[in-house]
Design a protein around this ligand. Structure first.
Ligand code: DOR
Ligand code: ZN
Ligand code: ZN
Length: 349
């Protein structure tokens, strides 16, 4: 089967400051191995991408190291919103964290939220990490400022139902869900312990059922929230939240296609067409992902991500990526990565 190049609008590539967990070369290797040819990297780095100096460092490393196309998020930070117009010169979109997660980026006051909407250029997307009632805050801002807001990793029944309602009223909002919130629940969290700790937390079986029920009409994208942390860190007394996801997303969704939980056509909308449209990302000519529909078992040893593990290890999936072609070049074939560092393009929109 041949698919278009997949687009992941939510990855953590850890540059600058977290290169022991992932860097642009390893993160984009994982992307290609998973069928993603275009990805957006999150700004909760160390320092965060909230000021021009950190952004310049990230761009320089990206240009040197990436193997697929990468766009960068700028991160909203109280006291630093004056930098947003400068950051928008290179960043593809703005990320606003309304709730607790990994790293210090957080916006918890309304004046800063309004400043973000005023200083961030209208033609560039705004994405939010918003959980529970914070989703209502994001919807209110989209309505008040009359501009699109994209909600990251929606995970709960109450959230997806509120988004469905707001979309029904014609508000300009979109949302993504992650494979881990579709395929894992709190029962798995019990089994996996810190290896299944992430933000948002895994939901109940009812939450997952609500996400599946909205896969056709309310959910716009599947995004991985690829958030690699080393096993030693996850097993430490203070495990950081997050799991890798770039290399397992497509095999899991292909399994859902084989089980007739969604169509292949819908998978392509969720993993390529919609994310590219919502984030206003360029087309990639002569680019495709070839997939083989043979059962396979997910194994930690196959991962190209620096972290080298996945919460899905041991699961049987219905298909795998056999070949990826980016701009006419074979960049991945039968488990072998062929794209050199620096062969990807940084994205501007
Ligand atoms: O689990 C998470 N990990 N959720 C986030 O929002 C951030 C991420 C990370 O950067 O590790
Ligand atoms: Zn998040
Ligand atoms: Zn994230």
């Amino acid at each position: 089967m041949v698919l278009p190049g997949l687009v992941d609008v939510h990855t953590h590539l850890r540059v600058p400051g977290g290169e022991h967990e992932e860097d642009f070369a390893t993160g984009t290797a994982a992307a290609l191995a998973g069928g993603f040819t275009q990805i957006l990297a999150m700004p909760n780095t160390s320092p965060p991408l909230s000021a021009p100096a950190a952004m310049a460092t990230a761009v320089a490393h990206a240009q040197r190291d990436i193997r697929c196309d990468v766009g960068l998020f700028a991160g909203a930070s109280p006291g630093l919103t004056r930098h947003l117009p400068a950051l928008a010169q290179t960043a593809v979109a703005l990320k606003i964290y309304l709730n607790d997660t990994y790293g210090p980026l957080r916006v918890e006051d309304l004046p800063t939220l309004h400043a973000c909407f005023r200083h961030w250029p209208r033609h560039k997307p705004i994405a939010m990490h918003a959980e529970k009632q914070s989703v209502a805050v994001g919807i209110g801002l989209a309505a008040a400022h009359d501009r699109p807001v994209h909600f990251c990793h929606i995970s709960r029944r109450e959230e997806i139902e509120l988004i469905a309602q707001a979309k029904g009223r014609g508000l300009p909002i979109t949302c993504e869900v992650t494979p881990h919130h579709l395929f894992l629940t709190r029962a798995d969290a019990k089994r996996l312990g810190p290896l299944a700790d992430m933000r948002p937390l895994l939901g109940t079986a009812d939450d997952a059922a609500a996400l599946w029920a909205h896969i056709e009409d309310t959910i716009d994208c599947i995004a991985t929230d690829h958030a690699p942390h080393m096993l030693a860190e996850k097993r430490s007394p203070t495990p950081p939240p997050g799991v890798a996801g770039l290399e397992t997303a497509l095999p899991l969704l292909l399994t859902a296609v084989a089980q007739q939980r969604l169509t292949l056509e819908r998978l392509i909308q969720l993993m390529s067409t919609n994310p590219r449209r919502i984030f206003n990302l360029p087309q990639q000519p002569n680019t495709q992902v070839e997939v083989e529909m043979t059962p396979a078992i997910i194994q930690n040893e196959q991962m190209h991500s620096k972290c080298g593990w996945t919460p899905f290890a041991g699961m049987t999936v219905a298909g795998r990526v056999s070949r990826v072609i980016l701009r006419g070049q074979v960049v991945f074939e039968n488990g072998r990565l062929l794209a050199p560092s620096g062969s990807g393009k940084t994205i501007n929109n």
